[in-house]
Design a protein around this ligand. Structure first.
Ligand code: ATP
Ligand code: MG
Length: 391
């Protein structure tokens, strides 16, 4: 659908959604046409088909999970076999009334969703990690590998993008913390956002990318497209797994290399989790400033070990990994949880080299539970980086 068509279709979607919600049934072009006519909006066939297609994409076809996936504020839906379905609508996991007749039902749904993403899921390879057409991240492991039954994990993309003001309002960062983060972006420092699973890494990265000056060209490289920064000049590359025949894979690593030929002012790797770390470090070592990404790590100081492990697994010797890291990365922004469970920036660390040449992440700022920033050993180095006395 062209942009113009999308614009024409958008106002009709709500009309049809409202009409169809009144009488549930199969979504067909005919019903769409009738609904529009009854609403006093008769349109041509092409528009009917465009509205139908758009609505069809909205309906995931996740069977009993569909109502959960439509809950306001839903972030995760987890299925632990046929008898336990959990949902998180922003305040932790909650067991729901939803269930399946038996594990075969869960398995069928898992296979159907996998097929929607063009992936295979069967006893030969009983797990899948994919993105559904609407952007939902979908993971499944079939029983009996999984217990107590087939396990599904769905991560629903935020309907609303959170910006730095939203993060301030959610007390994920303090005003002083936000100023520090803005300065990191402004100074074009290379940074990684670290934290545990679901700690808000991608969200914070997206918010920070919204601060990048509009004249800069941003190239995003992602495994599954999640980042939608509020910025006028963003292009994105999305990795692709091999198809059912095992062909056609486009790995992240290849895309990082492609991105470098696209004249990025900012190179962004959504989530660094494999061999692409080598290409990212190489890129940042060859004059591509302002690179950034997220990395799964339990503390800022773990980031070095994690990068080292990924780089070594990709064949880069330890010393090389450390010298590249030292030259490539400036700061680590670490996310954790406050005592009340809220996601928050807990630490900023600077990367430096020890006498033996190995890189360490030295804490520069620690954020208290009450939001106060406290200087740590690396504070002076961080100040140097931020005030621009660096070359
Ligand atoms: N500060 C925040 N306050 C409330 N909700 C948040 C906050 N940050 C992120 N979220 C929500 O938490 C969920 C997980 O966030 P996000 O995807 O950014 O985490 P992540 O660390 O990148 O996760 P993963 O480890 O899966 O990559 C999202 O639904 C997001 O909208
Ligand atoms: Mg993420």
């Amino acid at each position: 659908m062209s942009a113009a068509e999308r614009l024409a279709v958008a106002p009709l979607l709500d009309v049809v959604r409202a009409r169809l919600a009144d009488e549930p049934g199969q979504l067909t072009p005919h019903r769409v046409a009738v609904a529009l006519r009854e609403a006093g909006r008769p349109v041509g066939d092409a528009t009917v088909l465009a509205v139908h297609e758009q609505l069809r994409r909205e309906v995931l076809g996740a069977g009993p999970l569909d109502p959960l996936l439509r809950l306001p504020g839903v972030t995760d839906v987890l299925v632990n076999g046929p008898d336990a379905v959990y949902v998180d609508t922003g305040d932790g996991l909650r067991l729901t009334e939803v269930g399946f007749d038996d594990d075969a039902g869960v398995r069928r749904l898992a296979q159907r969703l996998a097929a929607q993403a063009g992936r295979r899921l069967d006893d030969a390879v009983p797990y899948v990690d994919a993105r559904l057409p609407d952007g939902t991240r979908f993971h499944a492991v079939l029983a009996p590998v999984a217990r107590p039954g087939t396990l599904l994990s769905l991560r629903v993309p935020g309907r609303r993008r959170l910006d730095l003001d939203d993060l301030l309002a959610a007390r994920a960062v303090t005003p002083a913390g936000a100023r520090l983060l803005a300065r990191v972006v402004e100074r074009r420092l290379a940074f990684l956002v670290s934290g545990g699973t679901g700690s808000g890494k991608t969200t914070l990265l997206g918010a920070l990318l919204g601060l990048v000056p509009g004249h800069e060209r941003m190239v995003l490289v992602e495994d599954a497209s999640e980042l939608r920064p509020d910025h006028p000049h963003v292009v994105a590359l999305e990795a692709r797994p091999a198809n059912v025949e095992g062909a056609g894979e486009v790995p992240l690593r290849t895309l990082v290399r492609q991105a470098l030929r696209m004249r990025p002012d900012r190179l962004v790797v959504g989530e660094v989790r494999g061999a692409e770390v080598v290409d990212l470090l190489a890129a940042l070592n060859t004059g591509h400033e302002g690179g950034c990404g997220t990395l799964h790590a339990n503390s800022a100081s773990d980031v070095v070990a994690r990068v080292e492990a990924l780089a070594q697994a990709a064949g880069l010797p330890r010393e090389a990994a450390h010298s590249q890291m030292a030259a490539a990365l400036d700061v680590v922004l670490h996310l954790g949880r406050g005592s009340d469970g809220r996601r928050m920036l807990t630490e900023v660390a600077v990367l430096g080299r020890r006498d033996d040449g190995l890189v360490v992440a030295e804490p520069a700022v620690a954020v208290d539970d009450d939001g106060r920033l406290r200087d740590r050993g690396g504070a002076d180095r961080l100040a140097d980086l931020l005030d621009g006395s660096r070359s």
